[in-house]
Design a protein around this ligand. Structure first.
Ligand code: SF4
Length: 327
């Protein structure tokens, strides 16, 4: 494997760990990750590679209004990109290459998180602060390279009423379990993004099979970890009402839903710029049949269809609060 390393990322602990785990690799020293990451490569077949870099701007970004959990919430990023191949994934529209980038200056990122939490608490806000960690990559898939879990899950435990969400389509939970020798933590929710099998095989190529994700969910629930279920994007494929109703019945049969910490649902949704880029990259995708432009310039599934989805989920999980992305 090829490893691109920014010269300024050389002396970080995570860099050393990554390098010690790979022998016979070709290392290429670079000045800035964007010199590789932002290069238009087209359809060439690429040598497998990762990029190790320093995040020079580790700011937390506020989430859009009405984004999932109520209260103050932020995105932060420790890596970019994902090896899975979800046809709808906006990362593909935004990123020019598929190479994962790992930002190794974890202490800088942790300092930003601490400062932000202190700032908010000093303003007198005592409700839940949510930190979304996985909007730029699937960090659970990447964990064997990035040591995200080992670094960030114990760190987040020190804060009161703070929840970090790590969302994944991977069934890779070994490092989660090993952090605290199978003792669950309070401040991190591992949320699994799920869709019916028909949709996974058509639109979510390379992601862990549904059965292995269910197995991972049950392993974590058995040990009382905080586990969330995410149904996003909802896709109104032919016969979607029956497909999703049957799928939710299966989940209720195989998972103890009472123990699930939270459930989120969301439409397939783009802003117009992302949508144009995605369409340009994959003009023949059948996904574009599912969406239409709304008055607010967002491109998403029609409201009446989303309402139908909402009913299906409420009927399936009458005792659970279902969180929406109300954009
Ligand atoms: S798993 Fe998530 S981040 Fe990865 S390709 Fe699919 S949607 Fe994108």
């Amino acid at each position: 494997m090829l490893i691109y390393i920014e010269k300024k990322a050389k002396d970080y602990e995570v860099t050393k760990k990554i390098l010690s785990n790979f022998s016979n690799n070709q290392i290429l020293w670079i000045d800035h990750y964007k010199n590789i990451f932002d290069k238009k490569i087209g359809n060439q077949i690429l040598t497998p590679a990762i990029i190790i870099a320093k995040e020079e701007n580790p700011n937390l970004l506020p989430v859009p209004n009405n984004y999932w959990y109520p209260g103050k919430s932020f995105f932060f990023r420790t890596s970019l990109n994902c090896v899975f191949d979800c046809e709808y994934c906006y990362l593909k529209g935004n990123f020019k290459t598929k190479y994962p980038v790992i930002f190794v200056n974890y202490e800088d990122i942790k300092n930003e998180i601490t400062n932000k939490i202190n700032e908010i608490r000093n303003e007198g806000y005592n409700n839940q602060i949510t930190l979304y960690a996985s909007n730029y990559s699937d960090i659970q898939w990447l964990d064997s390279l990035s040591w995200f879990n080992e670094n960030f899950i114990p760190f987040i435990e020190q804060f009161e009423n703070v929840l970090m969400e790590s969302r994944t389509k991977s069934a890779n939970i070994d490092s989660i379990l090993s952090i605290n020798k199978w003792i669950p933590f309070n401040n991190t929710e591992i949320s699994f993004s799920l869709n019916p099998k028909e949709i996974i095989s058509k639109y979510e190529k390379g992601t862990s099979p549904l059965e292995t994700r269910i197995k991972a969910i049950n392993t974590l629930l058995d040990k009382n970890y905080k586990v969330g279920l995410r149904f996003l994007p909802l896709l109104p494929v032919n016969n979607y009402e029956k497909i999703y109703s049957d799928f939710l019945e299966k989940l209720k049969w195989e998972i103890n839903i009472e123990k699930i910490h939270s459930i989120f649902i969301a439409s397939l949704i783009y802003n117009q710029w992302d949508f144009k880029t995605m369409q340009k990259k994959n003009p023949n995708s059948t996904l574009w049949d599912f969406v239409k432009q709304h008055e607010n310039w967002l491109i998403k599934i029609p409201d009446d269809i989303f309402e139908n989805f909402s009913k299906i989920f409420k009927q399936a999980f009458p005792k659970k609060e279902i969180y929406y992305d109300f954009v």
